[in-house]
Design a protein around this ligand. Sequence first.
Ligand code: PMP
Length: 394
Amino acid sequence: MNNRQLFLSHLAQTTDFPLMIEIEKAEGVYMYGPGEKKYLDLISGIGVSNVGHRHPKVLTAIQEQLDKYLHLMVYGEYVQSPQTKLAKALTDTLPEHLDNVYLVNSGSEAVEGALKLAKRYTNRREIISCVNAYHGSSHGSLSVGGNEIFKRAYRPLLPGIRNVTYGSFYQLSEITTDTAAVIIETIQGEAGIKVACSNYFQALRKRCDETGTLLILDEIQAGFGRTGKFWAFEHFGIVPDILVCAKGMGGGMPIGAFIANKEVMGAFKNNPLLGHITTFGGHPVSAAASLATIKIIQEENLLDQVEIKAELFKKLLKHPKIKGIRNKGLMMAVEFESFDVLKPIIDLAIEKGVITDWFLFCDDAMRIAPPLIITEEQIHEACTVILAAIDEVN
Ligand code: PMP
């Protein structure tokens, strides 16, 4: 059996439309398949490869850590310098009060930890989240998701969760002194890149302060430079009580975190009640890769160019079939009339060597989220292929 046959026979599938692209190597913004096939990656593994695939400094950090140790002990027991250095580097990117980092394995686990922490700190049980939010696929993170179709098969989920409309001022009154936390994606990703305004975030922050509710910002997709600021909340003049991140954090390695101040995080230390335990969370190899990733974003000034590159995409992607483009930096959704119009365009673009896809809860928009290192020339190359695919399909 060849690799594609093995993929279909033995690898569990979770979608009716796997992209099924065979990749043998990836470097920078490119991926390579069998027989010299070369692809320009416009999705970065859904916002993961922000510094590009196999960035040399990430590889060096991984190699250096491989020479020292792999896993040692359940998270939080031994002093491991990749973890401590990473925690310091992360807090240096953040407002002063966000000074305590809990390292985990993934986005979903970071959300789980943040929700548990909010319940523990406030002693309240109600959580408010948004319609069409995506916070992960584990039971807790799915419970705060905002898409009923995805949740239906798994009910009963966590009790005490209510969805409000992202960006709705009117529904802020739903937040009361019974609410432990509001969890919200700063930029809604899987909803197809929805961006609320600064006034909304400021009103949300105010309402949380008035009611003693913790504000959890999910920047799993929007963080680590994706929007042109290191953290997306920097665009809106607010700060969260708990920040969750993952994806781009590891430069291609699995790692996530939830971050709060010492007082809030301290709620987990109250023995004998269990806080959050994770065996592999903050794996030293991933932590070393993450530390290198932060340095790359800072030292290579990746944030400076994000807006210019996004504008170039928007300038070039003009076509009667394109209904509009929503974006915050290089987190972009290109709207088409329907999935039926979009799907063959994506398939043809892939055939021509440019990889894009669609969104979980928005299948009539094309996802564009390239590595931040993409050059202007590569953006021209990508847009030429997408426009040709649109013309050829129609
Ligand atoms: N939150 C957001 C905003 C996400 O985009 C994702 C992943 N798409 C998650 C949470 C879950 O992350 P993971 O897949 O690492 O569990």
